[in-house]
Write a protein that binds this ligand. Structure first.
Ligand code: CMP
Length: 139
């Protein structure tokens, strides 16, 4: 079993789509090992998106992810990182395949519903920004 890390973004929480997206994740076979509703600090946002620092969209990205409550989560499944990326679809909802979460619920490239770790290394780095080891449940 592999683990991955995802965040339901502010526009997902404010539009009351937490349940709809979590349902899709659970139906696809992902097991939730950790999940919480938080308002990310600027420090957490900057750490999460540090690889994008300096890019033209970086200020908007930080502003958006700190604009309201978000739902970070640790998920487990076979081949979790790649499977979650396929399930959510391309970064730009307009270019995402039909049937993907971003295609179905995305508003724009910034408001694209959900963030997901792009590698096992990103999972390791990113989940620690939001969760303590004891918050990740083994069951
Ligand atoms: P996410 O999976 O959270 O990872 C980085 C985010 O940067 C990405 O989703 C998009 O919301 C955003 N992003 C990536 N590329 C662009 C871009 N070209 N213009 C605006 N935002 C972008």
């Amino acid at each position: 079993m592999e683990r991955t890390f995802a965040i339901l973004k502010p526009e997902t929480v404010s539009r009351r789509l937490i349940g709809a997206v979590v349902k899709r994740l659970e139906e696809a076979g992902f097991k939730i090992l950790a999940m919480k509703l938080i308002w990310a600090s600027r420090e957490q946002a900057e750490k999460l998106y540090e690889v994008h620092r300096g890019k033209p969209f970086y200020p908007e990205l930080i502003k958006h992810i700190t604009s309201g409550p978000i739902v970070p989560m640790v998920l487990e499944a076979e081949d979790a990182v790649a499977r979650l990326r396929r399930l959510i679809g391309a970064t730009d909802p307009a270019k995402a395949e039909p049937g993907t979460i971003r295609r179905d619920y995305g508003i724009s490239i910034t408001m694209n519903v959900i963030h997901a770790a792009d590698s096992p290394e990103s999972f390791e780095r990113e989940h620690k920004i939001f969760f303590k080891p004891e918050e990740i449940l083994t069951y």
